[in-house]
Ligand binder design. Structure first.
Ligand code: NAG
Ligand code: NAG
Ligand code: NAG
Ligand code: NAG
Ligand code: NAG
Ligand code: NAG
Ligand code: NAG
Ligand code: NAG
Ligand code: NAG
Length: 886
């Protein structure tokens, strides 16, 4: 089999977005309770009584419940278990924390915009040209009359390009602040009616992508300038937000009459059963399209879908890179040999104490093609660099390493010159370095040539806080229009196709809070999602529908699937569906398509559940008969694992092979449909030949549907060749006993004695946070997601006799699961759980020697059968309880 040549190195040129490794955190003692329909909530509230404080009333049309926090955290789980058994309770979920996906802020501007005049009327904004938004705009379609709710960090609606006011008649006409500035996910919320974003920026950027008005100096145009926005602020200035706030925000937006809801928020999951995903699914089923960013964890490889994007019927949005790389540069000057001042632009990094710095440049060599400039320690002959700004070319090693080498020779200031087009904010906090900045490759080459000629180049830097900014649109020469390397890959663990659609999210210029620079260039699926929401509004205007499935099917079938690109090199084959979904959406084609499909994608499931025959129908809503030719265009097959032995999925770019499924069409690959009629098509899939099933290849492609009317549609499909049920989910090597005081999660040796707080007092002041609470802690590492992880307490020798029973009828005996166990719908990755001796039934294990047995259910496994779990045990450890007050 031919391997596609894809370089193994992730080039620094790619937009690097940090991935989260740990699973979402749980808020101790906090639960969301959903009531059964037609039951009196008071029976639940009365039973909780004074044991808990109310976090939020969640009394909505599509969700009736409450979130609470138990006062006595030690008793929280027994109480939660009792509540779960009440007939009035439909569901009870722990409160989990989510974040704004790690996105990159490349550069920020200023309100003046370098005095540039604003753009002429024609929409040449590249994210619009890429998605045909400009063609709809040319026809005067702006989303008028449509309400888009944005769930995010709020909106700086006082920004002139975001309307300048809040409330009826304003661009941002509805919404609320559910949390307050100081909220970090764990402290008290201070809600108020005003969703102003002055300190974060993410939501103001998102809002501008949808609806920025043209009164701005940088030519930014919102994709749907005619809509009204709802702003639901769910984040404070920093930190996370819990799922009860998210679920509430969605329901508030729904009840406020939002026509479309967009959220650029997520966390690792892979399970459509996740509570937040389920509540978003309900809103979609009630007729309101919900688009959610697919996530920025592309580095994790296949099977890393994010919630709520991974919900059924929820539209997950992948990111492609802009064709231009806009940069907002800060203005400064330099001289050559005391000549006249010449200006140049730079992007401040972190740190950026550049105010008043005027120093000559020094470079380690004069080679502007040096691939690893400044990566090695500098030669002994290097002068003291404290009187210079060190000029280093980007590439190969980290910025931190480059800066460290300079600092080791006394440097306090470093300017990196780029090795690709553009300029971006870089970080290298290496004390005592004071300033770091980036300039373009061209500017670097200019300076190096002067230095090589023996000239003195003196750079007069400016304070980036106050320096005038100007916009430069560099050409993206590496990844224009291709999938962003950071975009998260599906499918879900149950082979639901994710993502659905792709849209420009890499290198996007939009509005930013006035206090933070007014304009900024950001990258992430967070930026792709709101553009898609805006396009839903445009299509809704044209087609007079807001039915979620209709619009998703139209956008999916009219998208342009693109070739695979690893951030620098382009393959001759299409990128896999689990990376790009349908491909880059085409708003105009979707708005005016006269051929409609009844689905947006097909999943043939895995080998165990192979479901090769699928039906869908083609409707010809045009005015003349059309003959459609159906054909199959394969995309690259992605191997989940690097080899037969590893249990950890391979990281991006994982091996991709041009192995394509066969698709046959019934009744025929050519179908003639009269005007106004529909026909059912049957497709039958044959997985690609020659694949190694143990490495869990995910194959995919597109059914091309070409009509004699000139229409050309594509329907993405996907399947897994191999058995998800047989993959190892528990990484036994990464699952072990640690101790609660060890924040590094290292393993403790066998037979350690833990002196536990008296039963029921683990969270008392005097125990919590002191050495007295050095509880045993189990570290669980899942190589793949598991719908159920249980931790049983296995007696080795105990002071008092204990009743122990076989775990799930299999080998090994247990006195019960530890409190908090089982853990449901876990993503892959690591989680930890401390143990204060309490069991899931609320009793405490007597003093003695124990092991913890960890069992993780296989994907598609039967939870009642012991053989369906991967299992491991910790080393033995001893527990005894201290006396109260000791
Ligand atoms: C940059 O600074 C130079 C010199 O001070 C000035 O002539 C030029 O107009 C400035 N450009 C911008 C965009 O502010
Ligand atoms: C620049 O001017 C300063 C002060 O007048 C002088 O000391 C220095 O030698 C000059 N440098 C060059 C390269 O001409
Ligand atoms: C970008 O590419 C276009 C077309 O090749 C060219 O005209 C333009 O000068 C380039 N822009 C920059 C900033 O390099
Ligand atoms: C794959 O099959 C399993 C078992 O029947 C089912 O639970 C799952 O939903 C299927 N996935 C899809 C995408 O149909
Ligand atoms: C269908 O149309 C696309 C786009 O025009 C074209 O690339 C492809 O070759 C066509 N396929 C067939 C089978 O005609
Ligand atoms: C964690 O590891 C770091 C680096 O090895 C060390 O400095 C720190 O003391 C460790 N912390 C604990 C709680 O062991
Ligand atoms: C732990 O204690 C048990 C029983 O006393 C003993 O058999 C075992 O060797 C000990 N393990 C270690 C690593 O000390
Ligand atoms: C309370 O104690 C349990 C262990 O019993 C622990 O998991 C939890 O994090 C503690 N909560 C707080 C707020 O310290
Ligand atoms: C915890 O133990 C360490 C070492 O035994 C000691 O230095 C420290 O003061 C103790 N801390 C508390 C809060 O008791």
């Amino acid at each position: 089999m031919v391997r596609v040549s894809i370089s193994a190195v992730l080039f620094t040129a790619a937009i690097v977005v940090q991935a989260a490794k740990k699973t979402p955190a749980i808020v101790p003692g906090a639960y969301i309770i959903e009531y059964e329909d037609n039951h009196d909530p008071n029976t639940v509230l009365n039973s909780i009584g004074a044991d808990a404080s109310k976090r939020m009333d969640m009394n909505y049309k599509l969700f009736k419940g409450v979130s609470i926090k138990f006062k006595d955290l030690d008793k929280a789980e027994d109480k939660a278990a009792k509540i779960a058994d009440m007939p009035a309770v439909k569901n009870i979920w722990p409160v989990k924390l989510f974040s704004v996906p790690q996105h990159t802020v490349h550069s920020v501007g200023d309100a003046a915009g370098g005095g540039l005049s604003r753009r002429e009327e024609a929409d040449t904004f590249t994210p619009h040209v890429m998605t045909q938004v400009n063609q709809l705009r040319d026809k005067g379609i702006t989303g008028k009359g449509i309400k888009i709710a944005v769930i995010d960090t709020g909106t700086d609606y006082l920004h002139p390009a975001l309307g300048g006011c809040f409330g009826p008649g304003c661009l941002v006409s509805f919404g609320a602040d559910l949390v307050g500035d100081a909220f970090n996910g764990s402290n008290a919320r201070i809600p108020d009616p005003d969703p102003l974003d002055e300190c974060n920026g993410h939501g103001s950027h998102v809002a501008g992508i949808i609806a920025a008005q043209s009164n701005n100096p940088y030519g930014i145009i919102g994709a749907a300038q005619g809509v009204t926005l709802g702003s639901y602020r769910v984040f404070g200035c920093d930190g996370d937000t819990p799922n009860d706030v998210l679920i509430s925000a969605y329901n508030l937006a729904y009840e406020a009459g939002a026509d479309i809801i967009t959220a650029s928020i997520g966390g690792p999951s892979g399970w459509s059963e996740d509570d937040w995903a389920v509540t978003v699914q309900r809103i979609v089923e009630a007729g309101v399209p919900c688009v959610v960013s697919a996530g920025n964890d592309g580095s994790e490889g296949l099977f890393y879908a994010s919630t709520a994007a991974n919900g059924k019927r929820v539209t997950a949005i992948a990111s492609v890179d802009n064709t231009l790389s806009p940069a907002l540069l800060s203005n400064a000057t330099y001289t050559v040999n005391n000549g006249t001042n010449q200006s140049f632009g730079y992007t401040p990094g972190n740190p950026a104490k550049w105010a008043g710095v005027t120093l000559p440049l020094w470079a380690v060599n004069f080679n502007t093609a040096d691939p690893a400039n400044g990566c090695d320690p500098y030669p002994a002959s290097t002068p003291d660099l404290s009187g210079y700004i060190v000029l280093i070319r980007r590439g190969t090693c980290t910025f931190v390493q480059k800066v460290t080498n300079a600092v080791n020779k006394g440097a306090r200031y470093v300017i990196i010159y780029n090795n690709v087009a553009g300029s971006s904010a870089v970080e290298a906090v290496v004390p005592p370095v004071q300033g770091i900045a980036m300039v373009t490759a061209d500017q670097g080459a200019e300076w190096i040539s002067k230095l090589a000629a023996g000239s003195t180049v003196v750079v007069a830097m400016t304070d980036p806080e106050t320096a005038p900014k100007f916009l430069v649109n560099f050409n993206n020469t590496l990844s224009p229009g291709f999938l962003s390397t950071y975009t998260s890959w599906g499918p879900t663990y149950e082979v639901d196709v994710k993502p659905q659609l792709a849209s420009p999210g890499g290198m996007i210029l939009s509005t930013y809070p006035r206090a933070l620079g007014s304009y900024a260039v950001l990258s992430g699926t967070s930026m792709a999602c709101p553009l898609t929401a805006a396009i839903y509004a445009l299509i809704s205007n044209v087609r007079k529908t807001k039915d979620p499935a209709t619009i998703e099917n139209l956008l999916s079938s009219t998208s342009n699937p693109n070739l695979f690109n690893d951030g620098r090199t382009t393959s001759p084959y299409l990128a896999p569906v689990p990376q790009q979904g349908s491909g880059l959406i085409q708003a105009y084609d979707a708005a005016y398509a006269t051929t409609l499909l009844t689905v947006s994608s097909l999943s043939f499931n895995d080998t165990d559940h192979f479901d090769p025959v699928k039906n869908f129908s083609i409707s010809n809503t045009g005015s003349a008969e059309v003959t459609y030719r159906l054909s199959n265009v394969g995309a690259l097959t992605g191997y989940t694992y690097a080899d037969d032995a590893t249990i950890q999925p391979d990281t991006f770019p994982n091996e991709l092979v041009p192995a394509f499924a066969g698709i046959s069409f019934g009744p025929s690959a050519s179908v003639t449909i009269p005007a106004g009629q529909r026909k059912i098509i049957t497709v039958t899939a044959t997985p690609p030949a020659g694949l190694d099933a143990k490495r869990l290849p995910v194959y995919s492609g597109y059914i091309a549907i070409n009509g004699t009317d000139g229409s050309s549609l594509s329907l993405p499909y996907m399947g897994v060749y191999g058995s998800l049920h047989s993959v190892t989910v528990l990484n036994s090597g990464g699952t072990f006993l640690s101790s609660k005081l060890d924040t590094n999660d290292t393993a403790v040796p066998a037979n350690r004695t833990f002196v536990l707080p008296p039963p029921g007092h683990a969270n008392d002041t005097g125990y919590a946070g002191t050495n007295k609470t050095d509880l045993p802690k189990v570290v669980v590492e899942l190589a793949m997601g598991s719908a159920l992880v249980r931790v049983d307490v296995v007696p080795v020798s105990t002071c008092k006799p204990v009743n122990s029973t076989a775990i799930l009828g299999g080998p090994g005996t247990s006195i019960g699961q530890m409190a908090n166990s089982p853990f449901v719908y876990q993503p892959r990755g690591q989680f930890t759980a401390g143990w204060d001796g309490k069991l899931a039934d609320g009793t405490y294990a007597p003093s003695g020697v124990y092991k913890l047995a960890v069992r993780a259910l296989h994907i598609f496994g039967d939870a009642k059968v012991v053989g369906e779990y991967d299992a491991t045990e910790t080393v033995p450890f001893r527990i005894r309880y201290s006396k109260l007050g000791s």
